[in-house]
Design a protein around this ligand. Sequence first.
Ligand code: ATP
Ligand code: MG
Length: 227
Amino acid sequence: MKSVKDIYILIGPPGSGKGSLSHLLKKNLGWAHLSTGNLCRQHITRMTDIGLKIDHAIKSGKLIEDKLMITMVASWIQEATIASSGIILDGFPRTVAQARALDYIFNQDSFKNSSITIVSMNINDDHVINRLRTRYVCQNDACQAVYSIISHQHHTNLECQECGSPVIQRIDDKGDIVFERLKIYHRFADDLLDYYRNSSHKVIDLNVEMPLENVFKMFIQSAGKCA
Ligand code: ATP
Ligand code: MG
């Protein structure tokens, strides 16, 4: 098994750009990317047993139970380590229980040469709400490209520029669900970040209230990587 060298764990509120930054890192550095939100949504679209079980929680902005998330992530990591030198976790862990389970996985021999870096993505709540209200995503499971409606203002039928599928608004980006997700994020984030700040892992603080290209450059600088 090829050993994973770099593990990046992105922690930030909904709409902080975890998916967008991951997309750039995947494209530029060839790393494997796991978005647990996308993984959950794929289960729902495919109507798997897991999908049926989590459908309501996802659509109402609640968290999925730790045990189920941990099992899903553990099996993804097992496969990702075969193919990649680096991995990005976007949306996991979200609770201290998930972080402990993740440490247990990364304590295995196959990760003994890996470096784990936590990226804390900082953005003000008003910006988050604004971003989520204008966010549209490609409906194609395999693509899930993200757009701001401003970048779509010349298109009448909202079509994905990457794959041509319809571009829609996520159910959990609508109405009060945005506030619910933000509230849940704040309920867990401080404890989660404290857990990591008291661990041996490196924690990077990243200001993400700026254009994505700048966030990417800042990330590369802080992480000491070449893109
Ligand atoms: P973003 O807006 O950047 O996509 P988000 O955190 O709101 O961020 P996702 O990461 O796409 O959204 O997650 C969507 C939903 O998936 C969450 O609201 C939750 O129901 C579920 N989910 C994803 N990751 C986890 C996790 N680690 N633990 C529990 N539930 C999760
Ligand atoms: Mg996301």
